[in-house]
Design a protein around this ligand. Structure first.
Ligand code: ADP
Length: 570
């Protein structure tokens, strides 16, 4: 029994607990998993938007270069240079030209309100002031010698610190990229544009972003034409690119943030958030340094709710699976226990039955030998010997009948067909036959009851067998008071045939189990009473097959009452 419990613990209970624990841990990580998945998905959106904006800036540069070449097809460069801004007709930015001699005839000193800015741009393109630049595309990270050669030291390009802090802190970037990917360099205009035909430079002047689009057309060797776009023009350009890309993600707002992390364009009008803390964000790169495309969840709690639902479902499934495993395991363990008990009872049964067979056989042989030896003995003695031989063979028959009947019942029930009959002659026949034997053994036998007839529905042989078993038990488990009473009474729609004794009684707690096959409340060894544990089982089954039953009652002043209930005939 202990082994079954141990096996159950090791093979079922412990692994189930382990599995349950692992599954619960997985369930607990659902929110993280969901957020990671959403982040990966949304990161694609911000990356795509950043790429679209980069492409729009490059496209703007290409359009500018095409326009310059178109002008040069009709006007020679020396003639175009002084009047370039007007000829270009692009009011968004300040157009300028650098001649082969290094002069900057355009822009002419303007008197507009952004004069200071234009002056600074002019100083820069005249190569008088180096600045921190973000060249696009990134081709100038390796310093190159300055073309002019006069101020080589001052104009040599030097990379500035890369990997600076980002202005925007995304909550969940996949993969996490906390530091900026921007690479800038300190260089003057000539160095930054050296060696290329076309380009875009981004730089911050007075904390404002400025984009410089430039080209060296083949039609005008030595000339450099440029267009400086101030922050407002850049914002317009970005807004147009944003509208063309028409980005949209379900349940989210996409936005382009400037260097102060303020939205320049956003997909959901009127949406506000803590702009510096988007769900995911991508840097646009050197094209628009410190600008980012960002995505905000419109309902951040929704993710938590879905995760909760998944977690709950998983927990429920785990609980169900565990309950099923434990229930199944317990059932198997209980069944194994039952089988073990049954196996033990069957072993007991074999030894009990052998014992019961041997006892009457020994007496039969003993008395037969005595008869043989003194054949001329006194007739009373002979009659007694013969009677004992008969009684012992009857006991043998009863035992064998019980075992055979039980075996038959176990294989498949033999249906009984109760018929209407008078119970009185059936009971009387059995009672008288048993009483002779009981009285000889020193029992007082009393039969009291209602006056006959006892019309009932029953099978005579089965009733006889039940009574023989009950009376035999009353005899076997008798104590010093050898009194057996048979009581036949009518109770409602039933006839009751009660066998009452003054014997040793049924131990408390055994009242129901004594009806189980092979179960013996009084062990053969301890009580010295032989038995198979089948008498009551058979009696009960036979009673049930006739629509009746057997009940046990404890007698107040010692002894037992076993009552056969049978349906009365109409
Ligand atoms: P057995 O062959 O052991 O008598 P039974 O099925 O007839 O088998 O009885 C089952 C158990 O019920 C007995 O072992 C005994 O302990 C108890 N029992 C049956 N009848 C009586 C009785 N009249 N008085 C006390 N105990 C009884």
């Amino acid at each position: 029994m202990r082994r079954i419990a141990l096996v159950f613990l090791v093979a079922v209970f412990a692994p189930s607990l382990g599995l349950g624990f692992l599954a619960l841990r997985t369930a607990g990580e659902q929110r993280g998993i969901l957020e990671r998945q959403a982040a990966e998905l949304y990161q694609n959106d911000t990356d795509a938007l950043a790429a679209a904006i980069r492409a729009a800036v490059l496209e703007r540069q290409r359009a500018f270069a095409a326009r310059v070449r178109e002008r040069l097809s009709t006007t020679p460069p020396a003639q175009l240079a002084p009047d370039f801004a007007r000829a270009l007709g692009d009011p968004a930015g300040a157009a300028f030209v650098v001649t082969p001699a290094g002069d900057v005839p355009a822009p002419a000193d303007p008197d507009q309100e952004d004069a200071a800015l234009r002056r600074e741009t002019r100083e820069f393109v005249r190569n008088r002031a180096p600045a921190e630049l973000f060249p696009v595309p990134q081709t100038k990270t390796v310093p190159k010698p300055a073309l002019g050669g006069t101020r080589a030291d001052a104009t040599a390009a030097a990379p500035a610190a890369a990997g600076a802090e980002r202005k925007v802190q995304p909550q969940r970037n996949a993969p996490a990229e906390p530091a900026s990917r921007l690479v800038s360099q300190i260089a003057d205009f000539r160095t930054a544009t050296a060696g290329d035909r076309d380009g875009v430079l981004a730089r911050y002047t007075r904390n404002e972003l400025e984009l410089i689009l430039w080209t060296r057309p083949p039609e005008a060797e030595g000339y450099l034409f440029g267009l400086a776009l101030p922050a407002a023009a850049v914002a317009d350009l970005v807004r147009a690119a944003f509208a063309a890309a028409a980005p949209g993600a379900p349940d989210a707002c996409l936005a382009v943030l400037d260097e102060t992390a303020r939205p320049v364009a956003q997909s959901v009008p009127g949406f506000t958030a803590e702009w510096k803390r988007p769900f995911v964000a991508s840097e646009i790169g050197e094209t628009l340094p410190h600008w980012e495309t960002a995505l905000y969840l419109r309902d951040p709690e929704r993710l938590a709710r879905s995760a909760e639902l998944i977690t709950l479902t998983i927990i429920l499934l785990i609980a169900l699976a565990l309950a099923a495993i434990l229930a199944g395991g317990s059932f198997v363990a209980l069944d194994a226990r039952r089988q073990l008990v049954l196996a033990r009872q069957k072993t007991d049964f074999v030894s009990n039955v052998s014992h019961e067979l041997k006892t009457p056989l020994t007496s039969i042989r003993l008395f037969a030998e005595m008869l043989e030896r003194d054949s001329a003995a006194d007739p009373a003695k002979r009659a007694n010997h013969l009677r004992i031989i008969r009684l012992e063979s009857e006991r043998l028959t009863r035992l064998i009948n019980n075992v055979l009947d039980f075996a038959r019942l176990e294989k498949g029930r033999r249906p009984l067909h109760p018929v209407a009959l008078d119970l009185n002659p059936v009971v009387a026949r059995t009672w008288e036959a048993q009483c002779i034997h009981l009285q000889a053994a020193g029992f007082s036998c009393t039969w009291s009851g209602d006056p006959p007839p006892y019309p009932a529905r029953a099978v005579a042989d089965a009733v006889e067998q039940i009574l023989v078993n009950l009376l035999s038990n009353a005899e076997k488990y008798s104590g010093d008071r050898r009194e057996i009473t048979l009581r036949t009474t009518r109770a409602g729609a039933e006839w009751l045939v009660a066998v009452e004794d003054r014997g040793i009684g049924v131990p408390p707690g055994e009242e129901l189990r004594i009806f189980h096959a092979f179960h013996r409340a009084h062990d053969s060894l301890a009580s010295g009473v032989p038995g198979s544990g089948l008498g009551l089982t058979l009696a009960d089954r036979l009673a049930r097959d006739q629509g009746g039953r057997i009940t046990f009652t404890r007698r107040a002043d010692g002894g037992s009452i076993f009552t056969l209930h049978l349906p009365a005939a109409a």
